[in-house]
Design a protein around this ligand. Structure first.
Ligand code: UT7
Length: 327
């Protein structure tokens, strides 16, 4: 669906935060029957980050959010959306706490749970708040601490997930400005909800990796194509595809489905693993810093996650700062 002709949501700043320690494949191989060779060849992952016991997902979210604000001209934001599927606590949501700790005042602030699609769902929600006239400037934060729900003994999940956070500021602007969100596509399929879930009987995430893999390739490619079509672009006109960083082989397969040269699909998974909702903003920051994402690029973000959920957004990349930190 194309976005309002009147008041667009324009990307104005990008921030990220990664925790320490760094956990290498060799570190994992000490705990579970796996190997650096298997993990690299099957997932493209060399390392991932883990929150230290002294910190929580809100600390990560706060740092990424503060970095996104620092990347802008400092105008106050008037709403905050926090995408996370690994909240610090079931109730209340974390967004009001983050807004309070940032000193944003009594702005609307709420959590959104769409697993690995959370950033794109939050981006769509923020776009709706702006184009509907509810807010002028929205802070979208995606923060995850999968280390808190992954069984360290389960090699099917322990090797891929990592912790991290990313945030963007969206501001009201004109649809023809670089950075304006041009098209959005969101979807879900609850019939496959058990493919990635927290079983009541266990505190740990359960995932049917192979089946999830197949759904991921299908949904990411179809959703990306939906926004490409809505923009009136062709797939070959896309300069940069930023897919959810679930597995390097999924990213390659999606690029192939779109007949895009592999180098146009951002793969920034090697040093951080799959950071769920945080993966797209973290990949954006990597791509900006590496010069792979340039102002004017026709850019497509595409996400997929448990639920099942999926979603995509299209924009022309703006001139935007990216501020990073570590926790
Ligand atoms: O972000 C949300 C969505 N999540 C995803 O998109 C994840 C999607 N799934 C995946 O990325 C992949 O399915 C995994 C990385 C989780 C697993 O890779 P795979 O290539 O699908 O492996 P598999 O589960 O089909 O297992 C192949 C073999 C099996 O051995 P046998 O039965 O062929 O002897 C597994 O037991 O690899 C074995 N295996 C491992 N071996 C070493 C599975 N995990 C590991 C491991 N180390 N970590």
């Amino acid at each position: 669906m194309t976005v309002s002709d009147h008041r667009a949501a324009v990307l104005a700043g990008l921030g990220t935060c990664l925790p320490r320690p760094v956990v290498s494949n060799a570190d994992l191989a000490l705990a579970v029957p796996t190997s650096d060779e298997w993990i690299r060849s099957r997932t493209g992952i060399a390392a991932r980050r883990r929150l230290p016991p002294t910190a929580d997902v809100h600390d990560l979210a706060l740092a990424a959010a503060a970095n996104a604000l620092a990347a802008t001209d400092g105008e106050p934001v008037d709403a905050l959306v926090l995408a996370t599927s690994t909240p610090k606590r079931p109730l209340p949501g974390g967004a009001p706490e983050i807004a309070h700790r940032l000193g944003l005042g009594p702005v609307p602030a709420f959590d959104l749970q769409a697993m690995c699609s959370g950033f794109v769902y939050a981006l769509a929600t923020a776009t709706g708040l702006i184009s509907g006239g509810v807010a002028r400037r929205v802070l979208v934060v995606a923060a995850e601490a999968y280390s808190r729900i992954v069984d360290p003994q389960d090699r099917g999940t322990a090797v891929i997930f990592g912790d991290g956070a990313g945030a963007v500021v969206l501001r009201a602007g004109a649809p023809d400005e670089p950075g304006a969100v041009l098209a959005l596509d969101l979807g879900s399929d609850g019939s496959a909800r058990d493919l990635i879930h927290l079983p009541g009987s266990s505190p740990y995430l359960a995932m049917e990796g192979r089946q999830v893999y197949r759904h991921a390739v299908d949904r990411l490619a179809a959703s990306a194509l939906a926004v490409i079509k809505d923009c009136g672009w062709t797939a070959e006109q896309v300069d940069t595809l930023v897919p959810h960083q679930a597995n390097a082989r999924i990213i390659e397969a999606v690029a192939q489905r779109l007949a895009l040269p592999a180098e146009r699909a951002v793969c920034a998974i090697a040093e951080v693993g799959n950071t769920a909702a945080a993966s797209i903003p973290l990949a954006l920051a990597e791509a900006v810093d590496a010069g792979a994402l340039q102002p004017g690029h026709r850019t497509v973000l595409t996400a997929f996650g448990g639920g099942l959920t999926w979603g995509s957004a299209a924009l022309r990349w703006p001139t935007v700062r990216s501020v990073r930190s570590e926790l």
